[in-house]
Design a protein around this ligand. Structure first.
Ligand SMILES: [Zn+2]
Length: 225
């Protein structure tokens, strides 16, 4: 503000406009609205009116956007809008058997123990959370960071797409959870035996069984993975 001579103008719009014009001629670039209002000793709303009139007459450039538009599109919402749980599972079927194969070749003994542990749902545990922990442990053991991030996003989109269709709680049917755990244990066993063929096949069989359940139901929101 030191570039400007302090001055006091009346609140009359014409005076404000004249003062702003004078400042433009003297200094070119105008200070921020707040500084300008302070400098001219006028109320912000009066200044705003004057600036608006100056813009309308073309004497002032349009106000700059407060923030530059964000460079990254919001993939999450967009993905949920265009997809559904059946597509999510289709993609899981393409990815996860291969990741189970990699896990059987790359898992540390610690990771293998974690996979075996997550294959059995403890009593009163959320079956959805246990399922996610099991599959995530396998993806982590595949040691591909990009795949791990992609998988996280895929599952999140799966949950959101499911919620979009029907808000349902995680599956609680003990029979289905026992079946599911059985399928998980076959995968875990193959990984701990370092058998890539068996790990891949067991994962495919598990996801196909999930897929059957989804397509059997007209309500795509209620299924156990
Ligand atoms: Zn599963």
């Amino acid at each position: 503000m030191s570039a400007f001579e302090p001055q006091i103008v009346s609140s009359d719009l014409d005076d404000i406009i004249a003062a702003v014009r004078q400042l433009q001629q003297d200094g070119g670039k105008l200070p921020s609205e707040r500084d300008l209002a302070e400098h001219l000793n006028v109320k912000r709303h009066q200044l705003r009116k004057a600036l608006e009139l100056l813009r309308q007459s073309g004497d002032l450039k349009p106000a700059r956007a407060r923030r530059a538009p964000t460079a990254l599109p919001r993939y999450g919402e967009e993905l949920v809008r265009v997809t559904n749980p059946i597509e999510v599972l289709e993609l899981r079927l393409l990815m996860e058997p291969g990741l189970a194969r990699l896990a059987s070749l790359r898992a540390s003994s610690f990771e293998t123990a974690r996979i075996i542990d997550a294959a059995t749902t403890p009593e009163n545990a959320s079956s959805g959370a246990v399922d996610f922990a099991f599959h995530s442990a396998i993806v982590a053991a595949a040691r591909n960071h990009l795949a791990a991030e992609f998988y996280k996003m895929l599952r999140q989109v799966g949950v959101d797409a499911r919620v979009k269709i029907a808000r349902t709680a995680a599956p609680t049917c003990p029979k289905r959870i026992a079946e599911r755990d059985g399928e998980h244990r076959l995968i875990a066993e193959a990984i701990s035996k370092r058998d890539p063929e068996a790990a891949e096949a067991a994962m495919r069989a598990h996801l196909l069984s999930v897929q059957r359940r989804i397509t059997e139901r007209s309500n795509a929101g209620a299924f156990a993975a």
